[in-house]
Design a protein around this ligand. Structure first.
Ligand code: SF4
Ligand code: SF4
Length: 265
């Protein structure tokens, strides 16, 4: 999917979709007995977050590089302000690579947007570059019979039921960077910065190699306890990565340069 198609969809959602708040209600039911079972896992646009990547690669027992190469797509154009990573549907039948006849084979670690469906979140800021709060909306896919009847939910009770809390915590940290005012002012990000952004947020194992196989910790003053933890803890590494992006992209003082490496004023 081209990025201009993605942004048209965002524009439509922001302009035309009814805006929902956490306490707004809807009726929905999804279980293996529904006539449309698995149909939503075909030819679908699933955007992956940095946290999704960590959950999926650990679920599958592979590296982030392998996951990205085998299962994702990177829609790219010259106007990108940050990388976008999508789940790649199978070439032969356009099914999600993780769908099986019994349903989602990575269910406990399925991505954020699979958990959230039929609820979506829109960020008008990213499109309009104006102050406007995020809002929820209902996405009704044509194939989906889940709205016909079922349980009454609020947006919040649905999110609680789907276990998105930790996904949202890391999602907010990511948004603070991807919707940073300095990025939103740019027409596009420089390719070398885009590559760094991609490695830190998505190819987390490569980022780990970059840190530990270079002179990084000689140049930057990072607490020894944190250095040791990040060797094996992907989430700690991701949090450090966000700090690094704030430092390297926006000049924030989230990481300290060691005194001996400071340039004289
Ligand atoms: S990850 Fe699971 S829930 Fe999401 S599209 Fe694939 S099979 Fe469906
Ligand atoms: S199409 Fe809707 S009701 Fe059917 S399996 Fe998917 S989410 Fe559930």
């Amino acid at each position: 999917m081209k990025t201009n198609t993605i942004s048209k969809l965002n524009d439509t959602i922001i302009k035309d979709y009814p805006r929902m708040k956490q306490n707004d209600k809807f009726i929905f039911e999804c279980h293996p007995g529904v006539s449309c079972f698995n149909k939503c896992c075909n030819d679908v646009n699933i955007f992956l977050t940095p946290y999704d990547i960590i959950r999926l690669k650990n679920r599958l027992g592979i590296s982030s590089s392998e996951l990205l190469e085998k299962y994702t797509l990177l829609p790219i154009d010259e106007n990108l302000r940050h990388p976008i990573v999508m789940l790649r549907m199978r070439d032969d039948n356009m099914n999600c690579p993780f769908v099986s006849e019994h349903g989602c084979s990575v269910y406990e670690d399925r991505p954020w947007s699979c958990r959230m469906y039929p609820v979506g979140v829109a960020s008008p800021n990213e499109v309009a570059q104006a102050e406007s709060d995020d809002f929820y909306f209902l996405l009704k896919e044509e194939v989906c019979n889940g709205f016909a009847n079922g349980k009454e939910w609020t947006v919040q009770s649905w999110m609680d039921d789907q276990g998105v809390e930790e996904y949202n915590i890391y999602g907010e940290m990511f948004k603070d960077i991807s919707l940073h005012e300095k990025l939103l002012k740019l027409k596009a990000i420089e390719p070398v910065k885009l590559e760094m952004f991609y490695m830190v947020c998505y190819d987390i194992d490569k980022f780990r190699d970059f840190l530990y196989e270079s002179s990084f910790f000689k140049r930057f003053d990072v607490e020894e306890k944190r250095i040791q933890k990040m060797k094996t803890d992907d989430l700690e590494l991701l949090k450090f990565g966000f700090d690094w992006l704030r430092f390297s992209l926006f000049g924030e003082k989230t990481i300290e340069v060691r005194k001996e490496y400071l340039q004289p004023a």
